[in-house]
Design a protein. Structure first.
Length: 503
């Protein structure tokens, strides 16, 4: 009897196993419920966004009073609901006092791309015209600049954007109460130049002015480079012979400039004054002391230049990179280089004695790479309109190069002008600072390594009225020993040269 019972048990287990295996083979997973999103925009009949409005979603057919989800609209009047099953829903909008503003039915589709609702309500929305104004630091309007209005959310939404008009203004109309981020772009209208968060409400200002600091200058020409210490003899007398037998055609130091407009020097003369490793009282010191070599003036009284052109003034050799052993470097074009025999002749208008073998500009000492790391006093290069330069003359452009600021300002009275690196008014205190060394006027351009033939390219980008990129100073090893193919293109068209932008 026991044997029969056990056999029956085994039969039953086998039968159940067969049924279960068969059932597993035919099992189908239940379909998961479809979950979709719903996004919406809420405006009034004038298309003004309804911001800070609570929108609640209810089932339309079952549990009509049950709140499925809720959200607060942004300043753009937008919002969204996540994870709604396809079906019919009722949306209700409430203001901050919980008064109902309106309702609408919506069907959430299985195709998520269809679940976008544009909803309008017949209600009044407090709104304002918000004015953005762009001015430069001379109170001139800046037109054509792109300005954008964004929400201040974690993921900002663009509300509106446009470009400033000829008055430098752009009005954002129908701006509702809320916080916004204003973005002002640069001249390319690509990179962000400035941005600020503003509040819009009844009590807050309805405008924002951005002052865009421009680097204005006063020059018809600007200084773009200098060659104060050529390799070998800097300032030999014309006809002197070097140790290798090379007869010097003149001196080799010079200053590079760029014209910012067409200039006829026979009608409009200009001058350049340089100082030399000393303590000059002022730019016109030579008029007080005809024997001084602390300043030296060179005049432009012949020839002409065109807007955007480089041109030069300096030693009478007129060579771009001095000499090496028994041969000289290529010459500048005669119509682009103004020769001055500063070894034999006094400075223009009697401002400075003949150098008689000493240098036109001061040299440094020591070296870090191609630059000197020591110099007794800073030296200056200044451009003046006209050829009369005295203690009261103000340059139209000026630079100073050196390693330390150690002038006694009770003695040294070198006037400056507004440039990319110097300012006649202290930008921090609004105090007058018309002299080099006063206030913030302490910028020094680099000093080339001594006796290695290093030219300093000042670089920057300049227009006829402003500096877009300020000058800095990059050394170029510019001697025939190390650079036998030296040419004018190295200091006019290569990297780190000054760029003229005609606008």
């Amino acid at each position: 009897m026991k044997k029969k019972s056990f056999s029956f048990f085994l039969f039953t287990v086998a039968l159940v196993s067969i049924v279960l295996i068969s059932a597993c083979d035919n099992f189908e997973e239940p379909e998961l419920p479809k979950i979709n999103d719903l996004s919406f925009s809420l405006v009034n009949n004038e298309d003004i966004p309804l911001s800070n409005v609570w929108v609640k979603v209810y089932f339309a057919d079952v549990k009509p009073g049950f709140v499925v989800d809720s959200t607060l609209t942004s300043v753009a009047g937008s919002g969204s609901f996540k994870s709604l099953r396809p079906g019919s829903y009722l949306l209700k909008a409430f203001d901050d006092s919980n008064a109902e503003l309106g309702a609408t039915e919506v069907v959430v589709q299985e195709d998520d791309t269809q679940n976008v609702l544009a909803w309008k309500l017949d209600v009044f929305v407090e709104n304002y015209n918000f004015l953005v104004k762009l001015m430069d630091n001379r109170q001139h309007p800046i037109s054509g600049r792109k300005v954008s209005f964004f929400t201040t959310d974690l993921n900002p939404v663009l509300i509106a954007e446009g470009s400033t008009n000829s008055q430098g203004e752009l009005t954002f109309s129908k701006t509702v109460v809320g916080s916004y981020r204003i973005v002002v772009y640069d001249e390319t209208n690509e990179a962000i130049f400035a941005e600020e968060v503003v509040a819009v409400n009844a009590a807050a200002p309805k405008s924002k002015t951005f002052v865009i600091q421009k680097i204005f200058h006063n020059g018809d020409m600007v200084i773009t480079g200098y060659f104060p210490d050529p390799k070998g003899s800097d300032s030999p007398k014309t006809g002197a012979v070097s140790g290798a037998g090379f007869e010097h055609p003149g001196q080799y130091e010079y200053v590079q400039l760029m014209a910012l407009r067409d200039i006829d020097f026979t009608k409009e003369p200009y001058s350049v004054v340089v100082t030399n490793s000393s303590i000059p009282a002022h730019w016109g010191m030579g008029l007080d002391d005809p024997t001084t070599k602390r300043v030296y003036q060179m005049n432009f009284e012949t020839g002409s230049v065109k807007k955007g052109e480089f041109f030069y003034i300096g030693g009478s050799a007129g060579m771009i990179a001095s000499y090496w052993q028994d041969y000289g470097s290529p010459l500048f074009d005669e119509d682009k280089y103004w020769k001055v025999d500063y070894a034999a002749e006094p400075g223009g208008n009697g401002n400075g004695a003949a150098k008689d073998g000493s240098g036109l500009m001061g040299n440094g000492s020591g070296a870090i790479g191609l630059l000197a790391n020591s110099k007794g006093y800073p030296d200056g290069v200044a451009v003046f309109k006209g050829t009369h330069v005295d203690a009261n003359s103000t340059p139209i452009d000026v630079i100073f190069y050196g390693t330390t600021m150690n002038f006694d300002l009770e003695v040294v009275k070198l006037r400056i002008t507004d440039t990319d690196r110097y300012s006649t008014v202290n930008p921090e205190t609004d105090e007058d600072q018309s002299l080099f060394g006063q206030g913030t006027n302490i910028y020094l351009f680099p000093v080339p390594k001594q006796d290695d033939g290093v030219f300093i390219k000042l670089g920057g980008q300049v227009t006829p009225t402003e500096w877009l990129v300020p000058r800095s100073g990059t050394p170029l090893l510019f001697n025939l020993s190390a650079h036998p193919a030296a040419s004018v293109s190295d200091i006019e068209n290569a990297n780190d040269c000054t760029i003229f932008v005609d606008k």
